[in-house]
Design a binder for this molecule. Structure first.
Ligand SMILES: Cc1ncc(COP(=O)(O)O)c(C=O)c1O
Length: 331
């Protein structure tokens, strides 16, 4: 096995807590892995992956980080803040028009001093590879050394973040004397799911990891997660039996599309906040949590054993959608 360079940036281990009110209503124990507490401004799942991506950038002598995502990308915000702290210049390629109001993650991107380029959605989707290369080339022409991190830091390097999180969960389970049947997380670019799926296999944990899709369908995620895992295993020469890999995706709760949440999602966010003081977001964790509750009720999440929900963060995205919450008039 080859060692991957790592920077220690996250507050780890994060707590694993029982959600007592949710568990009572669900009729089985539901735990939350508090990866929303990996930091404050740099909270959420991205920091675990960026510990590896930014270490690689540093080891290659890069001075500019180029990365990409939606206007309210948590990954871009985390990269902007960590990049600034580590002395990198950060250039973000954002999908969408520049909004009139600068809020949520976008405000923090600017507060951290990132350079931002905006691209119309269709153009971005059609030409992302070209845009990334063109931006890196501009930095090279300026005498800089760019390092590109793909969407969500979900690639062979980023897989390490949640392979380690799986090992951390194994220690949590042993300490608490529990043997959960399911691990649930939102899945957006697949890296968190890839790390958890292969990490639980590598660390011999008899638990099913299921990603709740927030954008693309099951086939897309199965392919993306499988590709990232195989790249990771090959690149780092990992001795793991990939024929035993089980990639589980639920794509029934995307609703009207990425970052569009309906009333049930905002109701779930409200209910969980009031009963558990847990802040979910309408783009990722709220959608996945809602899906998990529906699937517990319908028995789609088989068995009666414990369930662990990995809270991947995203709170700043909720602030950017406060008007949507108001529009749904939830009392
Ligand atoms: C808050 C939050 N949760 C979950 C995800 C999904 O994680 P991944 O991109 O690793 O699939 C993301 C990013 O896409 C995110 O920002």
């Amino acid at each position: 096995m080859k060692e991957a360079p790592r920077l220690k940036l996250a507050h780890l281990p994060t707590p694993l807590q029982l959600l007592s009110s949710v568990s009572e209503q669900a009729g089985r124990n539901v735990w939350v892995k508090r990866d929303d507490l990996t930091g404050f401004s740099v909270s959420g799942n991205k920091i675990r992956k960026l510990e590896y991506s930014l270490a690689k950038a540093r080891s290659e002598g890069a001075d500019v980080i180029v990365t990409c995502g939606g206007i309210q990308s948590n990954h871009c915000r985390a990269t902007a803040i960590l990049g600034a702290k580590l002395g990198f210049k950060v250039h973000l390629l954002l999908r969408g028009e520049e909004p009139e109001e600068i809020e949520g993650n976008l405000f923090l991107d600017q507060l951290a001093g990132a350079e931002i380029s905006y691209f119309a959605k269709r153009y971005y989707h059609a030409h992302l590879d070209f845009l990334a290369e063109e931006t890196c080339e501009k930095h090279r022409q300026a005498g800089e050394k760019p390092f590109f991190i793909p969407t969500g830091a979900s690639d062979a390097v980023g897989v390490w973040g949640y392979v380690n999180a799986a090992e951390e969960l194994k220690a949590d389970f042993a300490r608490l004397g529990i043997q959960p049947e399911h691990i649930i997380s939102a899945t957006g670019s697949g890296g968190t799911q890839a790390g958890l799926t292969v990490g639980t296999l590598l660390h011999d944990m008899p638990v099913l990891v299921t990603g709740y899709a927030v954008c693309d369908d099951e086939a897309w995620f199965v392919n993306k997660v499988d590709t990232d895992i195989r790249d990771w295993a090959e690149k780092y020469e990992i001795d793991v039996d990939l024929s035993r890999l089980k990639i589980s995706v639920r794509d029934a709760y995307i609703g009207d599309g990425y970052a569009i949440a309906g009333k049930p999602i905002f109701e779930t966010i409200t209910k969980v906040f009031r009963s558990e003081s847990l802040l979910l977001d309408p783009v990722y964790s709220g959608k996945a949590f809602y899906g998990m509750l529906c699937d517990i009720e319908s028995q789609e999440l088989h068995g009666s054993g414990d369930i662990v929900f990995v809270h991947t963060g995203g709170a700043f995205g909720l602030f950017a959608q406060r008007k949507e919450w108001l529009r749904h008039s939830i009392s």
